[in-house]
Design a protein around this ligand. Structure first.
Ligand code: ZN
Length: 131
């Protein structure tokens, strides 16, 4: 069971079942470190900052935005069903890495899915034990 982050152009278009979650997707990162024009709403100084801001944004949206929540649920279901998930954006490609590749908001989404599934599993067992 693994989740890979792919580059949308480099292998994101060729791998099977790739889920593009870059801008303007609802799960896209509204923060960017890039100088050029993007669909991002907010400009920050570094990639790391853009990802840290996204982590805060991620949990806030998960709590308040049904469309956002539905997309996360869809990815969780996809991962549970297939045992593998390819998320794609424009930051890096874990199947064919390059030196300029860098961290991505997809890392936050992956981190959430991977940490949540075992908790959900044990939670369900505890709930079942209660009858
Ligand atoms: Zn990215």
């Amino acid at each position: 069971m693994t989740i890979y982050v792919l580059h949308h152009k480099r292998s994101g278009l060729t791998a099977d079942g790739v889920q593009y979650i870059g801008r303007p997707h609802v799960l896209g990162n509204p923060f960017t470190h890039l100088e050029k024009d993007t669909l991002a709403q907010y400009k920050v100084d570094t990639v790391e900052q853009a990802i840290d801001e996204y982590r805060i944004h991620f949990y806030r949206e998960l709590n308040s935005n049904p469309e956002f929540r539905n997309e996360v649920a869809r990815l969780v279901r996809h991962y549970q069903l297939h045992g593998i998930l390819y998320l794609s954006c424009w930051c890096k490609d874990e199947l064919s890495p390059r030196s300029k590749d860098h961290g991505c908001h997809c890392d936050v989404v992956r981190e959430f899915i991977l940490s949540t599934l075992p908790v959900m599993y044990y939670y369900q067992r505890v709930v079942n034990a209660l009858g």
